[in-house]
Design a protein around this ligand. Sequence first.
Ligand code: GDP
Length: 364
Amino acid sequence: GFKMGIVGLPNVGKSTLFNALTRTAAAQAANFPFCTIEPNVGEVAVPDARLDTLAAIAGSKQIIPTRMTFVDIAGLVRGASKGEGLGNQFLANIRECDAIAHVLRCFEDGDITHVEGRIDPVADAETIETELMLADLESIERRRANLARKLKGNDKEAADQDRLLAVAQKALEDGKPARSVTVSEDDQKAWRMLQLLTSKPVLYVCNVEESSAASGNAQTARVEAMAKGQGAGVVVISARIEEEISQLDAEEAEMFLSEMGLEEAGLDRLIRAGYDLLGLQTYFTVGPKEARAWTIHKGTLAPAAAGVIHGDFEKGFIRAETIAYADYVAGKGESGAKEAGKFRVEGKTYEVKDGDVLHFLFNA
Ligand code: GDP
C-alpha cells in the first residue's frame, strides 16, 4: 500500500489531524474497519463516490474501497538531524514513506505554545526542510564512503548508486532538496531506492482556525506561494473541525460542513491530494459479490494492474475486459455498455485508465 508520513513541528496539530483521519466514520465502516497497525499508524479508506454508484448498479453485496496508510511522525524539532528530539528513529520512519504531509501551523492561539515563539509557517517549513536536508547530506556522505571499496571492484550497481548520490549531494550542498533533481527514466527505480528524505513529494497541510477553513488566511496564502515555487501540493484544513466531524455520522457531518461553508471534509481533500501527489489512480472490479477499488500508478499496463489483485493474474495474464466508468454508468451496467458497443477487450500493452471497470482473464 501507499504510505504518507505526517510531519511538522510540535504543537502544529499533527496528532489532532491523525486522530480525526483514522477515527472518521468512513474509516470505521463495518466492512472496512480502520486498523491500528501501531499507535501512530492508521489505514484509511480512499473516498470515491464512483464506487458506491457502481455497487448500486451491479447490486454488489459488499463495497471495498482502496486504502492509504498514514503515519504520525512525532519528534521533529530543530536539531533532529543531530539527534535532538527522537532524532534517528523519526528519520527512519520518514524514509519508509512514499510522500510527506507537512502540517504547518497557520492558526493563532495564545494558549497553544509555538516552539519558535511566533506564527510563521513559511519559516517553519524551512526549519523542517533544513533538518531533512542535513540528514540527507550526512547519510549520503556515509553511504558514499561505504561504496568506495565496491567502486574499485567495478561493481555496476555501486557505480550507479554513487553517481546518483553525487548528484543529490551537489543539489543539497547548493541548498536545494533532492526532489529538485531531474532523474532519467532509467534511473527512477535506483533513485527511489536511495530513500532520500528530501526526494519525497511534499503536501503542505495548512492547519487554520475554524473561521478560516473555507477561505484560508494570510498565512495560507504565503504557504501557497511557497508551494507553487516548489511544485508541492497544498491543502487548507482545520484539524479542530475535522476532529468534530470525525465524531458525527455521515448525515450530521454533511449538515455541519454546509453550516461551515465547506463542500466536503478536509480529510477527503487531503487523501485525494495525497493520491494526486503520488501519481496514483483507481480502477474497479464490479460484481454481485463485491464492488472494489484498486490503486495503481498512472501509466500502469494491464498485466501489472492485474498483479495488484494477485501475482497469478499478472503471470498468467491473457486479456482485460474493459468498460470505462462513464460508459458503465450510461449503460446501467455491463450488458447495457455492451449493447452500446462500449465493451472492449484489451491486451498486454493496454495502459489502464482512471475509473476503468476491469475483468481479467488469465491462465491459472
Ligand atoms: P502536534 O504536537 O503537532 O501533534 O499537535 P497537537 O495535535 O497535539 O495539537 C497541539 C495543540 O493545538 C492541541 O491542544 C490542539 O487542540 C491545538 N490545536 C490543533 N489544531 C488547532 C486549531 O486549528 N486551532 C486551535 N486554536 N488549536 C488547535
